[in-house]
Ligand binder design. Structure first.
Ligand SMILES: [Fe+2]
Length: 192
C-alpha cells in the first residue's frame, strides 16, 4: 500500500537532522489521510525490482513498500520536449504530493519518486524551489554548484533555491524520493 511506503520514507527522513527533512516529515504526517489514486499509470522503468538488490537494510523496507505500491501511482517520463535529449526515456517520475500530486494537494511543497537508469546524464539545471533527494537504492553523482558527491542508499542531499545541479549515474541506477519546497514550486523557473 502507498501509505506503507510513505510511512517508511517518513521514518527515514525522521532520522535526518536537517530542517527540510523535518518539514517533509510533517508533510507526510498531514498526507496520512489521503485519497486513493483513481488513474494510475505503470512505471516505465522495466527493472524496478532491481532496486531491492541495491538497497541497504535501512532502506529495504521503503523499497519493498515501493515495489508493493508502484502500481497505485501515476508514473511518467520527463517531457522530452522540455528536457535535453538522451536520458528522459530511461527515467521515471511520479508526484505523490503537490499541485499535480496523486494523493494529496499542497501548495508550497511537492513530493515524489524519481528513478534514473544506468549511464544517464540529467544535466545541469536550476529552479526557484529548494529541493531534497533521499536515495533509497542504487547510486548517482550529484553535482551542486562546484561540488560533486556520490550518493548511495540512505544518503540525503539538499539543493538551495536557484543553485545549479545535475545527476549522473554510472553502472547502477538510482531510486530516490525528492521534495520541492518554497514560495514558487511551479515549473515556471525550471531551466537547463
Ligand atoms: Fe532539481
Amino acid at each position: 500500500m502507498l501509505s506503507s511506503f510513505l510511512r517508511e520514507v517518513r521514518a527515514l527522513l525522521e532520522t535526518i537532522d536537517e530542517s527540510m527533512a523535518q518539514e517533509f516529515v510533517s508533510l507526510l504526517d498531514r498526507a496520512a489521510a489521503m485519497t486513493p489514486l483513481t488513474d494510475p499509470a505503470p512505471c516505465p522503468v522495466p527493472d524496478l525490482a532491481r532496486a531491492r538488490d541495491l538497497a541497504t537494510p535501512a532502506t529495504c523496507p521503503a523499497i519493498d513498500a515501493l515495489l508493493a505500491s508502484a502500481g497505485e501511482l501515476r508514473w511518467s517520463r520527463p517531457d522530452p520536449a522540455v528536457v535535453p535529449p538522451g536520458w528522459a526515456h530511461r527515467s521515471a517520475m511520479t508526484e505523490i504530493i503537490g499541485s499535480e500530486g496523486a494523493i494529496a494537494p499542497a501548495t508550497n511543497e511537492r513530493f515524489g519518486i524519481f528513478l534514473l537508469d544506468t549511464e544517464c546524464d540529467y544535466p545541469d539545471h536550476w529552479h526557484d524551489a529548494e529541493e531534497f533527494y533521499l536515495v533509497l537504492a542504487g547510486s548517482g553523482d550529484w553535482t551542486i554548484g562546484d561540488t560533486t558527491r556520490t550518493l548511495t542508499a540512505g544518503d540525503y542531499s539538499r539543493t538551495p533555491s536557484r543553485a545549479h545541479h545535475a545527476i549522473i549515474t554510472r553502472d547502477r541506477p538510482v531510486f530516490t524520493v525528492w521534495g520541492w519546497s518554497g514560495d514558487d514550486t511551479t515549473f515556471d523557473s525550471y531551466r537547463f
